[in-house]
Design a protein around this ligand. Structure first.
Ligand SMILES: Cc1cc2nc3c(=O)[nH]c(=O)nc-3n(C[C@H](O)[C@H](O)[C@H](O)COP(=O)(O)O)c2cc1C
Length: 154
Protein backbone atom coordinates (compact mmCIF):
# COMPACT_ATOMS: atom_id res chain seq x y z
CA UNK A 1 0.00 0.00 0.00
CA UNK A 2 1.48 3.31 -1.11
CA UNK A 3 2.01 6.06 1.47
CA UNK A 4 2.18 9.75 0.58
CA UNK A 5 3.64 12.13 3.15
CA UNK A 6 2.86 15.81 2.56
CA UNK A 7 4.81 18.19 4.79
CA UNK A 8 5.69 21.81 5.33
CA UNK A 9 8.82 23.03 7.07
CA UNK A 10 10.36 26.41 7.86
CA UNK A 11 13.69 25.49 9.50
CA UNK A 12 13.98 21.96 8.08
CA UNK A 13 13.01 19.87 11.09
CA UNK A 14 9.59 18.72 9.86
CA UNK A 15 11.22 17.96 6.52
CA UNK A 16 13.80 15.78 8.28
CA UNK A 17 11.05 13.94 10.15
CA UNK A 18 9.07 13.42 6.91
CA UNK A 19 12.16 12.11 5.10
CA UNK A 20 12.97 9.76 7.98
CA UNK A 21 9.40 8.42 7.84
CA UNK A 22 9.72 7.93 4.08
CA UNK A 23 12.97 6.03 4.55
CA UNK A 24 11.45 3.89 7.30
CA UNK A 25 8.45 2.94 5.13
CA UNK A 26 10.59 2.20 2.09
CA UNK A 27 12.11 -0.75 3.98
CA UNK A 28 8.85 -2.61 3.40
CA UNK A 29 6.83 -0.75 0.81
CA UNK A 30 6.23 2.26 -1.37
CA UNK A 31 6.43 5.77 0.09
CA UNK A 32 7.05 9.32 -1.05
CA UNK A 33 7.49 12.53 0.93
CA UNK A 34 6.62 15.75 -0.91
CA UNK A 35 6.73 19.36 0.16
CA UNK A 36 3.26 20.89 0.30
CA UNK A 37 4.29 23.38 -2.40
CA UNK A 38 4.75 20.49 -4.84
CA UNK A 39 1.44 18.79 -4.07
CA UNK A 40 -1.22 18.34 -6.75
CA UNK A 41 -4.32 16.17 -6.61
CA UNK A 42 -2.86 13.70 -9.13
CA UNK A 43 -0.43 12.58 -6.44
CA UNK A 44 -3.33 10.98 -4.54
CA UNK A 45 -3.84 8.36 -7.27
CA UNK A 46 -3.20 4.90 -5.83
CA UNK A 47 -2.40 6.21 -2.36
CA UNK A 48 -3.57 4.03 0.54
CA UNK A 49 -2.22 6.14 3.40
CA UNK A 50 -1.98 9.93 3.38
CA UNK A 51 0.23 11.43 6.09
CA UNK A 52 0.33 15.18 6.68
CA UNK A 53 2.91 16.98 8.83
CA UNK A 54 3.47 20.60 9.78
CA UNK A 55 5.50 22.65 12.20
CA UNK A 56 3.25 24.03 14.96
CA UNK A 57 3.16 27.78 14.42
CA UNK A 58 0.96 29.80 16.75
CA UNK A 59 -0.77 26.60 17.98
CA UNK A 60 -1.77 25.67 14.42
CA UNK A 61 -0.45 24.20 11.16
CA UNK A 62 1.21 26.57 8.69
CA UNK A 63 -0.98 28.52 6.26
CA UNK A 64 0.35 26.35 3.43
CA UNK A 65 -0.80 23.14 5.12
CA UNK A 66 -4.16 24.68 6.05
CA UNK A 67 -4.65 25.83 2.45
CA UNK A 68 -3.68 22.43 1.06
CA UNK A 69 -6.19 20.70 3.36
CA UNK A 70 -8.94 23.13 2.36
CA UNK A 71 -8.33 22.42 -1.32
CA UNK A 72 -8.80 18.64 -1.03
CA UNK A 73 -12.28 18.03 -2.51
CA UNK A 74 -14.97 16.79 -0.10
CA UNK A 75 -14.94 12.99 0.11
CA UNK A 76 -11.69 12.66 -1.88
CA UNK A 77 -10.03 10.80 0.98
CA UNK A 78 -12.83 8.22 1.21
CA UNK A 79 -11.36 4.73 1.66
CA UNK A 80 -7.95 6.16 2.51
CA UNK A 81 -6.12 5.85 5.82
CA UNK A 82 -4.86 9.17 7.15
CA UNK A 83 -2.28 10.19 9.76
CA UNK A 84 -1.25 13.60 11.10
CA UNK A 85 1.88 14.80 12.86
CA UNK A 86 3.55 18.03 13.86
CA UNK A 87 6.81 19.28 15.21
CA UNK A 88 6.69 21.48 18.27
CA UNK A 89 8.76 23.09 21.00
CA UNK A 90 9.17 21.49 24.39
CA UNK A 91 6.68 23.70 26.20
CA UNK A 92 7.40 22.03 29.56
CA UNK A 93 11.02 23.05 29.23
CA UNK A 94 10.09 26.66 28.43
CA UNK A 95 7.91 26.59 31.58
CA UNK A 96 6.02 29.84 31.06
CA UNK A 97 2.60 30.05 32.75
CA UNK A 98 0.92 32.04 29.98
CA UNK A 99 2.35 29.76 27.29
CA UNK A 100 1.24 26.66 29.23
CA UNK A 101 -2.27 28.10 29.46
CA UNK A 102 -2.32 28.92 25.74
CA UNK A 103 -1.07 25.44 24.80
CA UNK A 104 -3.72 23.80 26.99
CA UNK A 105 -6.39 25.95 25.38
CA UNK A 106 -5.24 25.94 21.72
CA UNK A 107 -3.04 22.85 21.39
CA UNK A 108 -0.78 21.96 18.49
CA UNK A 109 -0.96 21.46 14.72
CA UNK A 110 -1.42 17.67 14.53
CA UNK A 111 -4.93 17.44 16.01
CA UNK A 112 -6.59 19.98 13.66
CA UNK A 113 -4.79 18.40 10.69
CA UNK A 114 -6.21 15.01 11.69
CA UNK A 115 -9.70 16.49 12.09
CA UNK A 116 -9.54 18.03 8.62
CA UNK A 117 -8.34 14.80 7.01
CA UNK A 118 -11.26 12.95 8.59
CA UNK A 119 -13.69 15.64 7.39
CA UNK A 120 -12.45 15.00 3.85
CA UNK A 121 -13.35 11.33 4.18
CA UNK A 122 -10.14 9.80 5.58
CA UNK A 123 -10.00 7.23 8.35
CA UNK A 124 -7.54 8.07 11.11
CA UNK A 125 -5.10 5.14 11.35
CA UNK A 126 -3.36 6.41 14.51
CA UNK A 127 -3.80 9.29 16.95
CA UNK A 128 -2.12 12.50 15.76
CA UNK A 129 1.41 12.82 17.17
CA UNK A 130 3.92 15.57 17.93
CA UNK A 131 7.71 15.38 17.70
CA UNK A 132 9.88 17.71 19.75
CA UNK A 133 12.47 20.17 18.38
CA UNK A 134 15.17 21.76 20.53
CA UNK A 135 14.41 25.44 21.00
CA UNK A 136 12.72 26.87 17.91
CA UNK A 137 15.00 26.01 15.04
CA UNK A 138 15.99 22.51 16.10
CA UNK A 139 17.62 20.12 15.62
CA UNK A 140 15.17 17.42 16.69
CA UNK A 141 15.58 16.33 20.30
CA UNK A 142 17.54 13.05 20.64
CA UNK A 143 15.40 10.02 19.91
CA UNK A 144 12.61 11.89 18.15
CA UNK A 145 13.62 10.85 14.62
CA UNK A 146 13.69 7.21 15.77
CA UNK A 147 10.28 7.65 17.43
CA UNK A 148 8.90 9.10 14.17
CA UNK A 149 10.28 6.16 12.19
CA UNK A 150 8.39 3.78 14.46
CA UNK A 151 5.20 5.85 14.68
CA UNK A 152 4.76 5.82 10.91
CA UNK A 153 4.65 2.01 10.76
CA UNK A 154 1.10 0.65 10.87
C1 LIG B 1 6.43 32.12 14.82
C2 LIG B 1 6.56 30.79 15.53
C3 LIG B 1 5.47 30.27 16.21
C4 LIG B 1 5.58 29.04 16.89
N1 LIG B 1 4.50 28.56 17.57
C5 LIG B 1 4.63 27.41 18.28
C6 LIG B 1 3.52 26.91 19.03
O1 LIG B 1 2.44 27.47 19.07
N2 LIG B 1 3.70 25.75 19.73
C7 LIG B 1 4.89 25.08 19.72
O2 LIG B 1 4.99 24.04 20.38
N3 LIG B 1 5.95 25.52 18.99
C8 LIG B 1 5.84 26.67 18.27
N4 LIG B 1 6.90 27.12 17.54
C9 LIG B 1 8.09 26.27 17.39
C10 LIG B 1 7.94 25.49 16.08
O3 LIG B 1 7.01 24.45 16.27
C11 LIG B 1 9.28 24.97 15.58
O4 LIG B 1 10.00 26.08 15.12
C12 LIG B 1 9.05 23.98 14.44
O5 LIG B 1 8.58 22.77 14.93
C13 LIG B 1 10.31 23.73 13.66
O6 LIG B 1 9.94 22.96 12.52
P1 LIG B 1 10.54 23.33 11.10
O7 LIG B 1 12.02 23.28 11.24
O8 LIG B 1 10.04 22.27 10.21
O9 LIG B 1 10.06 24.69 10.70
C14 LIG B 1 6.81 28.33 16.86
C15 LIG B 1 7.90 28.86 16.16
C16 LIG B 1 7.79 30.06 15.50
C17 LIG B 1 9.00 30.60 14.77
Amino acid sequence: MKTLIVYDSVFGNTKNVALAMEESLKENGEAAAVHVGKFHLGLLEGVGVLVVGSPTRGFKPTKEIAGFLDKIPAGRLGGMKVMAFDTRSDVKKIDNKILNFMVKRFGYAAEPIGDKLVKKGGKLAKSPEGFIVSDTEGPMVDGEIERAKNWIKL
